[in-house]
Design a protein around this ligand. Structure first.
Ligand code: HEM
Length: 408
């Protein structure tokens, strides 16, 4: 493990000095953080020593910002990235040794002010997030806490999921906006394209369980429950911030709005997550929420109200459906397949929670292990039951289920 080499003090500081610091600190995290975390866990590096190794980065970042008017959103985001990995790791170790949340910041001089300032300019949480860890961590090799290929596999799974969902979102948005008329032959193709993508996400979730020819799983059942402990919640300037969580992927929330599966309760839940998202994602979610959904568009073409769908009896609905033109019948059938795919995707994700958190968590509890993030809750303190409800919403949406009666 080598010391971070601070650059010579230079006045005035220019943007190239900041970029050079970002590059050096990212490289330092890549080269040293997994080793440090391993050594702390093996008991051969003390937490004081780890804090001393991290301090020069914090001090240099502080010096740079004291001499540079930081206004660039992306510069601030890139500065948070390596610092977030380091500070969260130290915090995890403190919390696992019974220290109160926020102890790492108390041992790193200037770190709390620095994160706070960066978060404000970045329009981003003042710590590591699903952006710093996944969406903005696409250059190979990615920054990790552990250096383990299983963590890299997780990073890649999230970024690929994000790409697939974005592609589906774009395909459906043209229909929801009314740019692609529900009368057009292309509607079925757009819906089928989104379905294919969502099934590909389902397969990404499934691939966690896959084993190679030597019997090694893409992710071992016990690995994830430990990995998530690198993202414990802690307060910054009195406000609690939860850590990097794939569950905060804005595009999943936007896609649910466009498909039309979001129920009022889930919408409230999404609103509670907005503070964990960058400004542009908050705006995207608000826009998706305002947009007529695919369900709205199809019902409009069917000349049915939401109320009629819920209250007509099955026979009347089916009779009405068979009076419609084939184009519309095909579009409804494609929509049914899309909703089914989203339900299957969610069901596999639920089985990940059971196999990678709940079961190993129960075993570790009986062994008396103290984890910085409890296996009984999600990273944002969400009970697992809530995630089950989201799955049920996608699989068993009361209104959509009524509509799908049409498909027999
Ligand atoms: C071992 C694998 C995984 C496990 C055990 C797992 C576990 C969890 C847990 C516990 C939550 C609730 C977290 C909270 O918000 O407090 C959650 C939510 C979520 N996770 Fe995962 N996850 C895994 C992989 C992934 C991957 C690869 C993605 C891809 C982006 C993902 C996407 C999501 C999403 C979108 C949610 C929000 C709930 C939803 O929309 O269904 N997860 N996950």
């Amino acid at each position: 493990m080598h010391q971070f080499e601070p650059s010579e003090p230079i006045q005035p500081v220019g943007s190239q000095d900041i970029y050079s610091f970002i590059d050096r600190s990212k490289q330092w995290v890549l080269d040293n953080l997994p080793l440090m975390n391993g050594d702390v866990q093996a008991g051969i590096l003390s937490l004081q020593e780890m804090a001393c190794l991290i301090q020069p980065l914090v001090t240099e970042a502080q010096y740079l910002l004291a001499n540079y008017e930081l206004e660039d959103l992306w510069m601030a985001r890139m500065l948070i990235q390596p610092l977030g990995f380091l500070i969260s790791s130290l915090e995890k170790h403190y919390q696992e040794r019974q220290h109160t949340a926020g102890t790492a910041l108390r041992h790193l001089k200037g770190a709390e002010d620095l994160l706070f300032q960066l978060g404000k300019v970045a329009n981003h949480p003042p710590r590591d997030s699903h952006y710093t860890n996944y969406l903005w961590n696409v250059v190979a090799p990615p920054l990790t806490y552990t250096g383990d290929p299983q963590e890299v596999f997780f990073v890649r799974s999230v970024t690929r999921t994000n790409e697939l969902h974005e592609d589906s979102y774009n395909a459906l948005l043209s229909i929801c906006k009314g740019e692609l008329s529900t009368e057009s032959d292309d509607v079925c193709d757009a819906i089928k394209h989104a379905t294919k993508n969502i099934l590909a996400v389902r397969d990404i979730y499934r691939s966690f369980f896959h084993k190679d020819e030597k019997g090694v799983r893409n992710m071992d059942f016990d690995f994830f429950v430990q990995l998530r402990t690198f993202k414990p919640p802690f307060p910054i300037k009195g406000i609690n911030w939860t850590g990097a969580n794939a569950g905060n992927l804005a595009v999943q929330m936007c896609l649910d709005y466009l498909i039309g599966t979001v129920m009022a309760e889930h919408s409230d839940f999404i609103d509670t997550r907005l503070r964990l998202l960058v400004g542009e994602d908050q705006a995207a979610i608000q826009a998706a929420k305002q947009q007529p959904s695919l369900l709205d568009r199809l019902l409009k073409r069917l000349r049915l109200t939401h109320d009629e769908v819920q209250h007509w009896d099955d026979e009347k609905m089916i009779h009405y459906f068979h009076q419609q033109d084939f184009g519309l019948q095909h579009a409804i059938t494609a929509y049914g397949e899309l909703v089914k795919a989203a339900g299957e995707m969610s069901a596999i994700h639920w089985s990940l929670i059971q196999n990678y958190i709940v079961r190993p968590g129960k075993r570790l509890a009986t062994e008396g292990s103290r984890l910085a993030v409890s296996p009984e809750i999600g990273l944002t303190n969400t009970p697992h039951e809530k995630i089950k409800q989201i799955m049920e919403m996608r699989r068993n949406h009361p209104k959509i289920n009524r509509l799908l009666i049409l498909l027999g």
